[in-house]
Design a protein around this ligand. Structure first.
Ligand code: SF4
Ligand code: MSK
Length: 671
């Protein structure tokens, strides 16, 4: 029977995406949405039951008791597939961190054109964490030592990676007991590959123990280094006004979209776009100037630091080109679809690859070199400007939303406690009193196998109604931004009464944008500080908190999930599980799914579950938060206790008589 193609409304919850999907259809152009609809996933591969790590296979296991040619069992094959995916994700994040550390070294030694150390306070603070002397030393000297220390973490062979010291004491003791302390970031990735070569580690639990070690090297190592160095070089984010969605593209300007993950080149492109020489060059080409925007996590990086608008998240990369208004899409690393080049040939858009690690056939390659970054950034912008004359028919959806991004760990501290008593105390108190029921991180990718943005935004809104404070990173944050959930008090009427009071009192949106996908490391440090603040137990697994990635698709997401679970967090993924097994036909094919859930919970207090049903994801999140509240001896969540303070209440009270005020506050008239 022929497949029924989903409608644009079924493909995406975003009206801008829907408009572009109609345009794609009219032009006869395929997108990831239509390709996903036409491509049925292999059920053996998606269950994690296909092994192709040696030439005796590929072995596809579909029956009870079946093994591969070498005798490998279902659970061994699933564990090997899973650790390889986690390791690839950890490698991607960590290699990003390595590049950042090398740029810090170059900046400290005045070898990097255009860069400077923007957050000296954070540089000093981070250096002190590692006992690097700061008093009487120049920022360059401190940065040089910090860069050396960070670079050394990747190739370290023995001991424990230094950034791990920032985890709670009890957690570190647990990791030691479980034998999962990462020795060196690269070493764990290499060992994961070695262990999964034919004829090596064949005990699934032993394999997955190493998956934890590898992922911890990412979360508490490579990712944390990437975040630290980005803040030091480009500034620690603080709230500012931004915009999101395809409506940020401009008809009268040269549109340059930066896409990928690393802020190094994109920050320099931002600087170059303000250069009078570039503005004059654009004007000479008939445009009013250069309009920059971002896609994916490069978008998050420059959005939260520079207020550069986000054209969209992962599934918007093709849709931006479909507007016909993009002169150049400049890509660095990760989440870049090969389809961009073929798609761009239907328009005038130039796809410009810039990383020495990433080339795409048919794309223009202008290699980034931090020693000449500003010069290269200008060269790229001139290529885009020269292309403006080739623009033809355009269609830019007039859809965009304002947002307030930039809630770094440091800003949360300041926001909650002020300059002189920066602290997480008010947040912990609000959770302890039940005004905030708990915290959820709703993060991660888009995936064309689910309706774009729908799962993210549905779950976020349901949790807000239940007084759960939501923090977001990556493409999930952009999904909420496009829906207007990241803007000041907008939508506060749909937020539970206790959380609404907190948002009004502190002056924050109910959803806090915390950055890109490497910035999930910020969530780890926030959770650690919540533990250290007191009142919510003495380890991360005791905090009423849940992590969700409803539309996950990348291997990096699996690494993030694993380091969060090992740090004590309950993580829920939507969509399909890479170790789902084939429960209808094969009795024992879900041993690994059970191990990473109940098994890891026993070992680490956190667990990873794949829950396809959206309402069940919300139910399990709330049940976990309530269970953790009960275990801490906190009052059961009861929203009827709250909502009597905050701005709304004050405005209501303003024009009332004393008797009426009492009536409103106490429910009875007291004299
Ligand atoms: Fe098959 Fe074993 Fe080779 Fe995997 S390692 S492909 S299960 S023979
Ligand atoms: S970009 S990893 S699709 S969040 Fe970080 Fe988005 Fe996922 Fe890529």
């Amino acid at each position: 029977m022929p497949k029924i193609r989903p409608t644009p409304e079924e493909f995406s919850a975003d009206p801008a995406a829907q408009e572009m999907l109609i345009r794609a259809d009219e032009l006869g152009i395929s997108t990831a949405f239509t390709r996903a609809a036409n491509m049925t996933p292999c059920n053996i591969g998606s269950a994690g039951l296909c092994c192709k790590i040696c030439g005796m296979g590929p072995c596809r296991l579909t029956k009870d008791g079946q093994t591969g040619v070498c005798g490998a069992t279902m659970d061994t094959i699933q564990a090997r597939n899973l650790i390889r995916a986690i390791s690839a994700g950890a490698a991607a994040h960590s290699d990003h961190g390595r590049d950042m550390a090398f740029i810090l070294k170059a900046v400290a030694n005045h070898e990097a054109e255009g860069y400077s150390l923007r957050d000296i306070a954070k540089l000093r603070l981070v250096a002190q964490e590692y006992d690097i002397p700061v008093e009487g030393r120049s920022p360059d000297e401190i940065a040089n030592d910090l860069a050396d220390l960070y670079i050394a973490q990747f190739g370290q062979q023995t001991g424990v990676i230094a950034p791990l010291k920032r985890a709670p004491e009890k957690r570190k003791a647990l990791w030691k007991e479980q034998g999962v302390l990462p020795r060196g970031i690269d070493r764990e990735v290499v060992e994961a590959l070695h262990r999964t070569h034919i004829g090596d580690d064949q005990d699934p639990e032993h394999i997955l123990n190493h998956a934890v070690r590898t992922a911890l090297g990412d979360g508490w190592g490579g990712s944390l280094i990437a975040t630290d160095v980005s803040d030091i070089l480009f500034g620690t984010p603080a709230p500012l006004l931004g915009q999101a969605n395809l409506g940020v593209l401009k008809e009268n300007m040269v549109n340059v979209v930066v896409h990928g993950h690393e802020p190094t080149l994109s920050e320099m492109i931002v600087a170059a776009s303000y250069d009078p020489e570039i503005i004059a060059y654009a004007q000479a080409a008939g445009a009013e100037g250069v309009n920059l925007s971002g896609i994916c996590c490069t978008a998050n990086e420059i959005l939260m630091r520079q207020g550069i608008p986000a054209a969209g998240n992962f599934l918007h990369q093709e849709l931006a080109i479909l507007t016909g208004a993009v002169e150049a899409m400049v890509v660095d690393v990760q989440c870049i679809m090969q389809a961009l080049v073929g798609l761009a040939q239907n328009f005038h858009t130039k796809i410009i690859t810039t990383s020495p690690k990433v080339k795409i056939k048919g794309a223009t390659h202008i290699q980034f070199d931090e020693h000449h970054a500003l010069t290269i950034a200008k060269e790229i912008l001139k290529v885009a400007i020269d292309n403006f004359k080739n623009r033809q028919c355009t269609q830019i959806p007039q859809v965009k939303e304002d947002l307030v991004p930039g809630f770094s760990h440091e800003y949360l501290n300041y926001m909650l406690g002020g300059s002189y008593r920066a602290s997480f105390r008010p947040l912990n108190d609000a959770i302890m009193s039940g005004r905030i029921r708990g915290v959820a991180a709703v993060v991660g990718c888009n995936n064309p196998r689910s309706k774009q943005d729908y799962l993210h935004t549905y779950i976020t809104q349901e949790l807000l109604k239940q007084d759960v404070l939501v923090v977001e990173t990556g493409c999930g944050a952009i999904a909420s931004a496009k829906l207007g959930l990241l803007l000041g008090e907008a939508g506060l009427d749909k937020v539970g009464p206790g959380l609404r009071e907190i948002c009004q009192t502190i002056g924050i949106p109910p959803v806090l944008h915390m950055g890109s996908c490497v910035d999930n490391s910020r969530i780890l440090t926030v959770l650690t500080q919540m533990v250290e603040e007191g009142g919510l137990g003495d380890d991360i697994d005791q905090i009423p908190a849940v992590g969700l990635a409803p539309e996950w698709m990348s291997e990096k997401a699996l690494s993030i999930a694993t380091y969060c679970v090992a740090s004590g967090v309950y993580v829920i993924f939507g969509g399909s599980s890479p170790v789902s097994g084939m429960p209808d036909r094969v009795a024992d094919s879900d041993l690994i799914a059970k191990y990473i859930s109940a098994g890891w919970e026993e070992l680490f207090g956190g667990k990873l579950e794949f829950i396809p049903d959206i309402d069940e994801m919300v139910r399990q999140t709330l049940a976990h938060i309530d269970r953790k509240r009960a275990e801490l001896g906190l009052p059961a969540y009861d929203p009827s206790h709250f909502g009597r303070s905050g701005d709304d209440r004050m405005l209501q009270l303003e024009n009332l008589s004393l008797a009426e005020k009492r009536q409103l506050i106490y429910g009875t008239v007291k004299n």
